[in-house]
Design a protein around this ligand. Sequence first.
Ligand code: NAI
Length: 377
Amino acid sequence: MIRLSDTLVAAGRVSSSGQSLMERLKLGLSFMKTPRIESLPEFDDHRFVSFLYDHKSGLRGFISIHRAGSLERPAFGATRCWKYRSEEEAARDSLRLSRLMSYKAALAGIPYGGAKGVIMAPQEKRDQVLKSYAERVNFLGGRFITGTDAGIDDRDLNVMRGVSPYLVGFRTDPSKYTALGMVKAIQASLEEKFGNADIKGKSFAVQGLGKVGTNFLKLIYPKAGMIYAADIDRERVEYVQKRFPRVRIVPAASIHKQTVDVFSPCALSHALNRETIPELESAIVAGAANNQLEDKAAGELLHKRGILYAPDYAVNAGGLISVVDEYEHKKFDPARLERQVNKIGDTLAKIFAQSRKEKRPTNVIADEVAEKKFDGY
Ligand code: NAI
């Protein structure tokens, strides 16, 4: 098993730095304090975890493959470039998010595994870092297929594409299909809660007005009733105010407290926690953000409060479905893609029915269904 300390030494950081013996000893001791990969809480018997380092470009990062990762069954997961405070934080993010990708793929009926690439945001030589990352992706020879996540834009994607053929997300905008999948998920949730899937006149609170949040607004704006929205970024708020004048902007700290039919977290992780759940005034929570629940118990709290929670990785599978379609088919067929995305609603309807029958939280049911599917990959 790889140790963070071993990988760092193997990558030559100690020997190539020209430090004094004392400095090297000190560094060695501090590396010894870094935890073993397999003892990190996010480690879940991952198939492959690799530390990436290139002293020429300054690349530092990780690629983690949770399940699958063969040539017949590659593992999918976008690449994130983030200001991690430490290598441990970056490693943990890649472990956690790669696991989530396995669950997302399994529930969406995608026969591939879950993976994640993370790059520690470079201060300089960005293009060189991206190219050297893409070379590492090539080492896996097609067992890992990747695209854009937070901190990677279309320009970055093109830089990496110049080096590696294992990048996806060029043909369509994945966030458009993530938003479409959200609408299908919300219709299934409305049907479960009110016996009627129609969005017409329903009220919404949208947290986060980035790529998915604004694509989602485009889809619901013509039919929905009251829409509240919030973002911490002033520019995003101004854009939404101009583009969707009927949307009422509220402070970011109070978006989850709005009395609405649907609260849609579309920002960062852990929107549903011990502080926010007691303050929710919505009948349904269904949004695109990854890792919405602070922990498993947060799902139990929502269940006890009678709030219908549509599990995040079931709701937000549209983006993954669109890049898998690009990987599998040379020719773009929007109708084929939409048929796949529409299935998100059916998947959720089954989870809701089982949760109702067994009186157990939806997040627990979703995890069990996904685990059964990818067991044995
Ligand atoms: P984005 O980076 O374009 O937008 C996120 C927005 O949330 C930003 O405008 C940011 O200012 C805002 N924000 C951050 N913290 C906030 C807070 N406390 N309150 C209100 N707003 C806040 O990201 P994108 O692509 O729209 O993704 C949104 C979420 O959906 C992320 O969690 C992402 O991992 C997840 N997701 C995105 C997919 C996609 O296709 N883009 C696919 C699956 C999941």
